[in-house]
Write a protein that binds this ligand. Sequence first.
Ligand SMILES: [Zn+2]
Length: 283
Amino acid sequence: MVHVEDVTIAWGIDDVRPDTYCTASLKLLNDFMETYPVKITFFVTADWVYQPPPNFWKYDYFGIFPRFFRLKSLPSGTLRIDKHREWFNLPQNFAIAAHGLHHFRQARWPATEFNGLGYDESFTRIKAMKELFESIGITPVGFSPPGWAVTDDMLLALKNLGFKYVGGSADTVCKVDELSRSSEAGIKGVSPFCPQEIGGLLNIPRNWDIATSDFERGIRIADNGGIVSLHSHMVADYFGEKLRNGITEENLKRVEKLLRGLENKYKLKFLNFDDILRDHKSG
Ligand SMILES: [Zn+2]
């Protein structure tokens, strides 16, 4: 069969930090890459502080992730990236972007680090985050907002600190046509399928959840000329707290099925988010 058209496949993974949970997921991803040479963008938190409190489920009055309501911190610096440099000696299929200084903050909504912060506080946090990355030899140009909380002050601070793109929106359920606008999480009103400039940054959307999106959606996104941009978290089970779209063998089988389906019709082109930024600039 002759393939004439490419489809771009991107994959952004949030909540990456150098702990044993993430190391187990990294091994699964490395194994997966032997079948498909996917390019993955890790959104890494510079100094992840959160661990669920013991018996956290007792606090889950609202039936959703307890981490939105309770915060128990690891001792300061436990998972700071400069203390785990070796973790970031990754194969070249992985790119690194940023996902907050601490991800969490003692506030009404702890998981949304930048929610409710003004420009100066946002700037200070992002600068401290960037400096931690630079201390291990990485200059991140991309950022995804912890807990999907996006503010204009945060976007402006990112731009002024040299960031070029945000993985700032996710919509993994919207109708697939050119009129659709992202409304599920993060930046609202942008294209769910194509990169789009906003506030001097490029927004690179995510549109296919590795645990829940249907396979036909992926094909339709490609048919409509979009990038198929996978969305997931690094860890599915963190101290007993569950995130459905974490890296598991079951979810990786779903990704494989998606890629096999796309491959029947398209030539797969794997890009990380930095590659997408470069292509957007050049053309
Ligand atoms: Zn996150």
